[in-house]
Structure formats: structure tokens, C-alpha cells
Design a protein around this ligand. Structure first.
Ligand code: ZN
Length: 126
């Protein structure tokens, strides 16, 4: 398995297919069969995907993206004069919750695409 040519696994297309929640190899089948529960293998191309575990890198990526969006929103609210703490409470708290839930699947898909392209799987540990 390790002798596969890495040229057959271009990194950026695999990441992009993962961000779209599709199989990083073929880009046709869904990568998740529930919210962020990845499939064991692609039903179209048969690529085994169960060994790509993103672990704690997923919340790191999601929090990093979310903090930038929330910070930009806070800055815009401060600059526009809406500095009422209740506005922050009613806008930013729900926004942070919705954003983190919305970012989880594409972030996990992108990470699986990156791990698939680079061959960073847990398969050899089993
Ligand atoms: Zn596939």
C-alpha cells in the first residue's frame, strides 16, 4: 500500500473535495453518512476512509476559523457604534454556536482530504 505513487493523490483537489463533504479520491460519494460520522469506505470508488482520524486537530481548525469571524464581526460592530452588550449577547453567542456547527463537516472533510492525500492514516497502527 505504501508504494502507491503520491502523484496520484493531489493535495488541493483532495482538500477541496473534502470541504465539499465528498470522497477525497473520486469526489462523487458523500464522505459522511451522519452529521460528521465518516463512512468506512467510499461506496463509489471503494477507498477505505475509516482510518483517517482527525482527532483534536478538528476543533483547533474550527475554533481558529470561528475566532477570526467573531473577532471581525465584533470589530465591525464596534466601528459601527453598536457597542451595546446585549447586542453582543444576542448576535455573537448564537452566531458562534451556529458557526461552529456549520464549520464542523467541511473542516473535517478538508482535514480528511489532506490526510488522505498525504497518507496520514492510522491503518498501520492496527
Ligand atoms: Zn470515492
Amino acid at each position: 500500500m505504501a508504494d502507491e505513487n503520491l502523484d496520484e493523490k493531489p493535495t488541493w483537489p483532495a482538500i477541496w473535495r473534502g470541504i465539499k463533504c465528498k470522497c477525497p479520491r473520486c469526489g462523487k460519494a458523500w464522505l459522511f453518512h451522519h452529521y460528521i460520522e465518516q463512512v468506512d469506505a467510499c461506496p463509489v470508488c471503494g477507498e477505505p476512509l475509516a482510518y483517517y482520524k482527525v482527532g483534536l486537530f478538528l476543533p483547533l481548525i474550527v475554533i481558529t476559523i470561528m475566532v477570526h469571524i467573531i473577532a471581525f464581526t465584533m470589530l465591525q460592530m464596534e466601528l459601527s457604534g453598536n457597542s451595546n452588550p446585549l447586542v453582543y449577547l444576542y448576535v455573537l453567542v448564537p452566531l458562534s454556536g451556529v458557526l461552529s456547527l456549520a464549520l464542523l463537516p467541511p473542516a473535517k472533510g478538508g482535514l480528511i482530504g489532506l490526510m488522505w492525500a498525504k497518507g496520514w492514516s492510522d491503518e498501520q497502527d492496527r
